[in-house]
Design a protein around this ligand. Structure first.
Ligand SMILES: C[S@@+](CC[C@H](N)C(=O)[O-])C[C@H]1O[C@@H](n2cnc3c(N)ncnc32)[C@H](O)[C@@H]1O
Length: 208
């Protein structure tokens, strides 16, 4: 990612105008997948608020995985601040090389990161590899609800570039783009698109 400043993202974005979206998205992920215990990865989790929100409303043991060393440090700091340090860890690695065993993870969640992966097919095949049979992936980008997106847009009204870049990322990564990758990888999944976001959702079959 060019020009990514983890500390600034942590303070101004994650704990600033994006603050409300993580608990909402975490709730949606648990409701959709039915996974509320076991091992979870927040992939490209940055300073960790989605993973921390998932841990806060479930019994999940969460690892935040991000290639940026400063994000890993901030994720650990944030998990302490939120009182979930016993169930949240963080490791430095990219999606293209997830440092977990095959068939070992119950849930892989990822928000706002796949657009920046150098090799999306490799990253998604890594997600599939680490999922246990019956495990779920919920990967994409969004704001939880249209109302929350509009709230964020209002807060970013002073920076028209922000919405332009967001729309550009969405038009470069339409649902068909992800559907093609899933088909190429032989993964049976769906791509949900709504005003509030685009999410790739799949479950590794129980018998493969
Ligand atoms: C816009 S931030 C999103 C952070 C967080 N998931 C959120 O929703 O606020 C994008 C994150 O993707 C990470 N990233 C960039 N390239 C990546 C890759 N190849 N694999 C995994 N994560 C990556 C960045 O380090 C950064 O933390």
């Amino acid at each position: 990612m060019n020009n990514f400043n983890a500390s600034e993202y942590n303070e101004k974005v994650m704990k600033g105008h994006f603050r409300k979206i993580y608990p909402v998205i975490a709730g949606q992920i648990i409701e959709r997948t039915g996974i509320s215990s076991g091992k979870c990865i927040d992939l490209g989790g940055g300073p960790g608020m989605l993973g921390i929100s998932l841990a806060s409303i479930s019994d999940l043991q969460v690892t935040i995985v991000d290639p940026d060393a400063e994000c890993v440090r901030l994720a650990l700091e944030n998990s302490k601040e939120q009182g979930v340090q016993d169930r949240v860890n963080a490791v430095q690695a990219p999606a293209e090389s997830i440092p977990f065993d095959d068939d070992s993870i119950d849930l892989v969640a990822s928000r706002g990161s796949i657009f920046f992966w150098k090799d999306q097919p490799k990253g998604l095949s890594e997600v599939y590899r680490v999922l246990r049979p019956g495990g779920w992936a919920y990967i994409g980008g969004g704001f939880g609800t249209l109302a929350l997106l509009q709230e964020v847009q209002a807060m970013r009204a002073d920076d028209p570039d922000w919405d332009r870049q967001r729309r550009e990322r969405m038009s470069k990564n339409p649902p068909e783009h992800y559907e093609t990758i899933l088909t190429q990888l032989g993964i049976d999944g769906i791509v949900d698109k709504s005003e509030a976001g685009t999410w790739i959702v799949f479950r590794k079959p129980l018998e493969s």
